[in-house]
Design a protein around this ligand. Structure first.
Ligand code: SF4
Length: 60
């Protein structure tokens, strides 16, 4: 299963990932995205759902 991480330096907290893939990722209190469900995120397109390139695949 693919694994992802959020590059906090690139993440702007725009919330697009949350809109594109509800339940898989959310912007937390720090204003940065946090992955909730990697499997769901993979199904939505993984790193492609972030226009800033802040979602990075760490493992296939
Ligand atoms: S991960 Fe990308 S789409 Fe999600 S809040 Fe951060 S910059 Fe926006």
């Amino acid at each position: 299963m693919a694994k992802y991480k959020v590059n906090k330096e690139k993440c702007l907290g725009c919330g697009m990932c949350e809109v594109n893939c509800p339940g898989a990722i959310e912007v937390d209190k720090s204003g940065k995205a946090k992955i909730l469900d990697s499997e769901k995120l993979a199904k939505c397109g993984g790193e492609e759902i972030c226009p800033q390139g802040a979602i990075e695949k760490v493992e296939e």
